[in-house]
Ligand binder design. Structure first.
Ligand code: ADP
Ligand code: MG
Length: 156
């Protein structure tokens, strides 16, 4: 069920998240708006995915993306958050984030400590980097999707 919709192309505005302190952990996650999340296939599995991302018409970078349960809505709605594997000089709230979600890494888990959570995410990032260097995944980095005018959000 996780793979059925992949690769999945999605574009939308970056909004304020839940302030869970991802940035303080060194792993900021750019959150999509509810509207974008609602446009996702309703049966997409929660968990961690890898793919490509770009902000506005900037460069395309590797990313890890999590689909999780949204605490704002008592965990009955999903949230979609992207950690771009790149160091940005500034925040980019309000900008348009384009992503292509390519593969599934793992399901959502509960961690016994913050250290365990951080090291799991670091492993996810390493796995994403390795996967995305494969020729079949590298070619999606060059996809026309990333060169389209950013005016209209598209989901398909
Ligand atoms: P929030 O709870 O508002 O989502 P985070 O701590 O998750 O706060 O930080 C996310 C914000 O950090 C993004 O919306 C973006 O503006 C900024 N940011 C800076 N660098 C990155 C990055 N490499 N990946 C994702 N977001 C980043
Ligand atoms: Mg976030």
């Amino acid at each position: 069920a996780a793979m059925r919709h992949l690769p999945y192309f999605c574009r939308g505005e970056v909004v304020k998240g839940f302030g869970r302190g991802s940035k303080e952990l060194g792993i900021p996650t750019a959150n999509f708006s509810d509207q974008v999340v609602e446009s996702f296939p309703s049966d997409i599995s929660t968990g961690v995915y890898y793919g490509w991302a770009c902000v506005g018409n900037g460069d395309v970078h590797k990313m890890v993306l999590s689909v999780g349960w949204n605490p704002f809505y008592k965990n009955i709605k999903k949230s979609v958050e992207t950690h771009i594997i790149h160091t940005f000089k500034e925040d980019f709230y309000g900008e348009i984030l384009s992503v292509v979600i390519i593969g599934y890494i793992r399901s959502e888990k509960n961690f016994s400590s913050l250290e365990a959570l951080i090291s799991a995410i670091q492993e996810d990032i390493e796995e994403a980097k390795r996967q995305l260097d494969l020729p079949e995944h590298l070619k999606l980095k060059e996809d026309n999707f990333f060169h389209l005018p950013e005016g209209k959000p598209v989901n398909h």
